[in-house]
Design a protein around this ligand. Structure first.
Ligand code: ZN
Length: 484
């Protein structure tokens, strides 16, 4: 229980976190708790109005139920092992592909061979082939967008990828010396809101073989496509980096946790598009104001942190990584050094365990710049408050430097809204729910008489209603900032 001295009209942002995922990473591969969400009850009943009149009333925001939390995480990384990788896999290609060539290739989703045709070879190395299926008229209108997108990737993503991960080109097979981008009408996960691209990798000895599948989706402009292509190619580079830096003789993976792999891929795709648009990282853009170019508009929109559900990865986690990059730069790192440390640390894991190899890890990389007292749980809370208090406080520690009033971006534009908004004079409590390991924030307002709040937390399984299992959690880190 925490009591705040009466200051009528005062407003606070309160952030809290389920720390179990971060803590589990300290001694072993980070645990995930899929299907579990953290439920938290905030009770802001004022101290001087206990009793029936002060009984809890609904918060101003609609009550959430565990069922509202939907798993929308669709992983787009596929790792095949040598034994599983059948004949007809692109990694078996024995010679370079040539333009307009038709070849037979195994469709991994159907287990049957299919005919494909080479439509483009960019720079002799990057082979674009079409799985011959469906509507080729649609494909022909879409291909010029891929040409423009690849030009963006070549100019802005490749230098980043080589400098952030490994200074090498990705290869699909030794015999081809090329990298395959396979175009499809559909991917098998079309029933999910997730991927329009999937990255594949397999290893033989010290060598990584990698390629991608892209869906021909005409909803994508060339900017969206450049971002998507970069995202998928980051996975190839993440895989190459992790394999090159593994302990001798052991296996490797693309990354220690989903948030690092998918958030890290989005950090590089965001950086690529930002550099293409020529915009600074700390522009504090007003997302309400249209930008002058399509690329700038794309980057302004990408400044949102999605739902802020950190462990879900993608833009949810990218916001935290971008925040870390800016923190490192404030402490003297160059932009490239900061992006490199965060990108590598993200896939290495908080403390560097990927289940096979111990590497430096994100915590050590950040501490090397910010000092040994830097704490990942507190950093997640500070990031949350830099979102909740953005442009509401003059405190430079709690600002989002990419977007103006970032807390105000509507959720239908992938904004991260407060889980509750409570005023003490009205009494009130709110139960809020969130994906495991992800920070929350609520606003508390002093309606007169001060604010008293209690945080009670349990972990529940949303698939069991009413929850059959409530696992109490012992310590919940929280942090509060006065914003008015
Ligand atoms: Zn991905």
């Amino acid at each position: 229980m925490c009591r705040l001295r009466a200051a009528p009209g005062a407003e606070y942002a309160l952030a809290f976190l389920d720390p179990s995922a971060v803590r589990s990473a300290e001694t072993s591969l980070e645990e995930s708790f899929p299907g579990y969400i953290v439920s938290l009850t905030v009770d802001s009943t004022p101290t001087d109005s206990a009793g029936p009149a002060g009984a809890a009333r609904a918060a101003r925001l609609p009550a959430q139920a565990p069922g509202d939390i939907v798993e929308t995480v669709a992983d787009d990384v596929v790792e095949t092992t040598v034994g599983d990788d059948p004949l007809g896999s692109p990694k078996s290609r024995s010679r370079p592909w040539s333009l307009n060539e038709r070849f037979e290739i195994l469709d991994p989703y159907r287990g049957s061979f299919k005919s494909a045709r080479v439509l483009r070879i960019y720079g002799g190395e990057f082979v674009v082939a079409w799985f011959e299926q469906g509507d080729s008229a649609r494909l022909l209108t879409w291909l010029p967008r891929l040409d423009s997108a690849f030009a963006v990737v070549q100019e802005h993503a490749f230098p980043l990828l080589r400098s952030m991960f490994v200074n090498a080109a990705p290869r699909t097979s030794t015999g081809s010396g090329q990298y395959l981008i396979l175009l499809r009408d559909s991917l098998p996960r079309d029933d999910l809101p997730g991927p329009v691209g999937v990255s594949y990798a397999t290893t033989v000895g010290d060598t990584v073989f990698t390629w991608i599948h892209l869906k021909v989706d005409t909803a994508y402009t060339h900017t969206g496509l450049a971002s998507l292509l970069t995202h998928e190619m980051v996975h190839s580079y993440q895989r190459m980096y992790m394999h090159a830096n593994r302990a001798p003789g052991v296996e490797s993976v693309t990354g220690a946790a989903l948030w690092g792999v998918e958030g890290g891929a989005n950090l590089i795709s965001y950086e690529t598009m930002r550099r293409y648009a020529g915009m600074p990282l700390d522009a504090n853009l007003d997302w309400r104001v249209p930008q002058a170019t399509a690329a700038a508009q794309f980057v302004a929109r990408r400044a949102q942190p999605a739902s802020g559900e950190f462990t879900a990865g993608y833009d949810n986690a990218m916001g935290f990584m971008r925040y870390l990059v800016l923190r490192l730069m404030r402490a003297g790192s160059t932009l490239d050094h900061a992006v490199r440390e965060v990108s590598r640390g993200a896939i290495e894991g908080w403390y560097g365990y990927d289940g096979y190899t111990r590497r430096t890890g994100l915590v050590s990389r950040v501490r090397a710049v910010l000092g040994d007292r830097w704490d990942p749980e507190e950093a997640l809370l500070d990031w949350t408050l830099s979102h909740a208090a953005d442009d509401l406080t003059g405190n430079p520690d709690f600002q989002d430097r990419t977007s103006l009033r970032i807390w105000d971006i509507p959720s239908d534009r992938a904004g991260w809204r407060a889980s509750a908004d409570l005023t003490s004079a009205e009494g009130g409590s709110a139960s809020v729910y969130r994906r495991y390991g992800s920070p929350f924030y609520v606003y508390l307002r002093d309606g007169g008489g001060g604010v008293t709040f209690r945080i009670a937390v349990s972990r529940v399984n949303p698939n069991e209603m009413p929850p059959a299992e409530n696992i109490p959690m012992v310590v919940v880190p929280w942090k509060l900032v006065r914003i008015r």
